[in-house]
Design a protein around this ligand. Sequence first.
Ligand SMILES: Nc1ncnc2c1ncn2[C@@H]1O[C@H](COP(=O)(O)OP(=O)(O)OP(=O)(O)O)[C@@H](O)[C@H]1O
Ligand SMILES: [Mg+2]
Ligand SMILES: [Zn+2]
Length: 503
Amino acid sequence: MLSRVRSAALWGLEAFAVECEIDVGPGLPGFVLVGLPDAAAREARERVWPALRNAGFQLPDRRVTVNLAPAERRKEGASADLAVALGVLTATSQAPPARLESSAAIGELSLDGALRGVRGTLGLADALKRAGSQTLLCAAAAAPEAALVPGLRVHAVDSLTQAVAWLRGEELPETRAAKPDADGGEDGDLADVRGQAVARRALEIAAAGGHHLLFIGPPGIGKSMLARRMPGILPALGPEEALTVTRLHSAAGLRPPGRGLMVRRPFRAPHHSLSRAGLIGGGAPPRPGELSLAHRGVLFLDELAEYPRHLLDALREPLETGSVWLSRAAGTVRFPARAQLIAAMNPCKCGWLGHPRRGCKCTPTDLQHYAARVSGPMLDRLDLQIEVPALTSSELMAASSGEASAVVRERVLAARDRQRERGALNALMPTAALRLACALDAHGQRLIAEAMDRGGLSARGVHRALRVARTIADLAGEEIVTTMRLAEALQYRAYETRRFVAR
Ligand SMILES: Nc1ncnc2c1ncn2[C@@H]1O[C@H](COP(=O)(O)OP(=O)(O)OP(=O)(O)O)[C@@H](O)[C@H]1O
Ligand SMILES: [Mg+2]
Ligand SMILES: [Zn+2]
């Protein structure tokens, strides 16, 4: 007897419907699985058989062939376990098939027949709805995420037994969609930060225009503190963005059970000891890395000089294109990677170079080596390079607190509205559009020429400075980019140009 049960599988970020065809026919008792499954799916037999037995069902005494279609697509994971088990039961007349006609099932079975949620449930449920399924059975932990898909009826089941009871006519409540999740994992208000007017200004510009930002300064002056407050001054994710970001986190297995769409921009702060796959993505099956987990949000690289050079260089292309491409024998996988970079570092190895009260103990060689740890092309991509000074005691003890995040956020949103009218965030504006959006007068052009000739600013550096100048003008609500705005933008590249001159 043949039965068909619909499920879904994941490959990278791509989710697609899978038809599980189960044939129970003559031949020696056995179980054959076809349809290019990966190791986890191949182990399905090792899970499905004990689950059936331990739930009290009869194992077929004939030959069982399971085909996961489409056969030519790679599939990862154990998401089809429940569908395969239900197919075996309907093919052996232990459960009625009627309710499976317009339904699908996803979930991994444990040996005792309990059902577990799987990674990427949001994408899987979405693919099933698109493929025409009206009802979905899935694990209770994953059900509120699956129910985010509009128009899909989701029933949470704890076990194979409960799923079979539903097939036999028992009613199950419909799971409600989880509420939007505004918990980004990062909080703290800018009002907590004392002094550091220039760094605060740079943070606001970076937030407004989507620019990459580098803080350079001695230990304990608020660099990390400022960076962590970035999500609090950024707009919430749009509906499409929220879906993609949530799917990325779900595909990485990072969504806590019962949480809804992510609406706050993600903030990721990976340690410098992470692997290339951890940063960029990788593995088999392929999973998104920290860069993609920061998609539409912030990737914070604290102690930038501690990251191995090859890691930083691996970031360059994805930062430019907004995508990570992973080549696999089974085909190429793409993960979105449009993240905003915030980096922080000390000015030298000992940390105290340029500090008014503490002496730097580094040798000239130390200084050279330290500066060389961040490559020129990487530095070039950091539009705002801000030297953050040590705090004076009166600044730290000042009674008045700084401006609150909510106030700064209002200005950021207004500046972003102006950019939307032009089409794109300034950091992402096509180079061809720069000439019009940042038209300069003769004085402004002279300023640029000087920065290139004397400061060694690269052509890319000029374009980046123009974008930053455009953002500064947007924050001020100005139509044209004045020389004053351009001068401020150029000043934020002082670290790079000084380093160039020093060489
Ligand atoms: N500008 C500031 N305003 C208020 N508190 C501050 C400020 N700077 C530092 N602090 C206090 O010092 C602590 C350390 O600051 P933070 O971690 O931001 O330093 P950092 O500049 O990142 O240093 P490091 O180079 O060591 O990473 C903060 O948790 C805070 O309590
Ligand atoms: Mg720090
Ligand atoms: Zn030093």
